[in-house]
Design a binder for this molecule. Structure first.
Ligand SMILES: Nc1ncnc2c1ncn2[C@@H]1O[C@H](COP(=O)(O)OP(=O)(O)OP(=O)(O)O)[C@@H](O)[C@H]1O
Ligand SMILES: [Mg+2]
Length: 231
């Protein structure tokens, strides 16, 4: 059984004249440890697909199984546990809490865990060190560069220890060099066993991934193994 299994997933927004079919009958399997890029034009349904995979949104029809569990049968509590423990999101604009320090942002996913403050501190500082931003821990997000903010968002994902990382244009707001740094970090995490799915418009960013899915008008138009992985 694949980690992620989508069967005939459709998503319709709105009603009647305002109806948009964002996803049309998508079937897709993603195994544990995959490194997948999702490409396609603006409005093709990429974010809609990622949000359904991340249990942030429901499909209109079709079935979604995550680790063998039918997501539509889960109650809110079960869903929030999955969102908190299994899946981490990284966004183009980082989505850090602006009034929190970098330390507090990275600690956030640990807030529901029953571990001592001291142990939490050890975990958070390790994640910050891994991303080379430990010296910034007392600062607020707006005191960091874009690349540093994205590294803080990845540190937060790391700290949650989620096995699945979903990234919606994580390098979209960064210059090319910083974008490559971020991809090298994500590649390292994939090598450590994380399942990573990244939406990007940039073929260079997609070239880091092992599999490239292209969607257009809510349908998969190609699904290829990347023979030329960027090293
Ligand atoms: N909340 C919503 N309500 C109504 N329509 C929506 C909503 N979210 C997305 N859509 C529509 O669904 C379609 C797919 O949108 P989606 O955001 O998934 O595209 P995308 O591929 O991520 O585009 P982009 O590259 O611009 O981010 C678009 O036509 C969009 O207008
Ligand atoms: Mg999008």
């Amino acid at each position: 059984m694949p980690l992620i299994k989508l069967q005939n997933i459709s998503k319709v927004y709105g009603k009647n004249d305002y109806k948009t079919e964002a996803l049309k009958n998508i079937s897709l399997n993603i195994d544990k440890g995959e490194y997948l890029a999702i490409m396609g034009p603006s409005g093709s349904g990429k974010s809609t697909l990622l949000n359904i995979i991340g249990c942030m949104d429901n499909q209109t029809s079709g079935k979604y199984y995550l680790k063998d569990n039918d997501i539509s049968l889960m109650n809110n509590k079960e869903l929030s546990i999955i969102r908190n423990q299994s899946i981490s999101f990284i966004f183009q604009h980082f989505a850090l809490m602006k009034d929190y320090t970098i330390y507090d942002n990275v600690e956030l996913p640990l807030s529901f865990r029953k571990i001592t403050k001291r142990k939490k501190k050890g975990l958070v500082m390790n994640c910050l060190k891994e991303l080379h931003i430990e010296e910034q821990y007392k600062k607020k997000p707006n005191q960091l560069s874009g690349g540093q903010q994205q590294r803080a968002a990845i540190a937060r994902a790391l700290c949650s220890d989620a096995k699945i990382i979903l990234a919606d244009e994580p390098t979209g707001a960064l210059d090319q060099k910083t974008g490559k740094d971020i991809m090298n970090i994500l590649t390292k995490l994939n090598n450590q066993g994380k399942t990573i799915i990244i939406i990007t418009h940039d073929p260079l960013i997609a070239s880091y991934c092992k599999r490239i899915l292209t969607i257009k008008d809510g349908q998969i138009i190609s699904d290829i193994i990347n023979e030329h992985i960027h090293q």
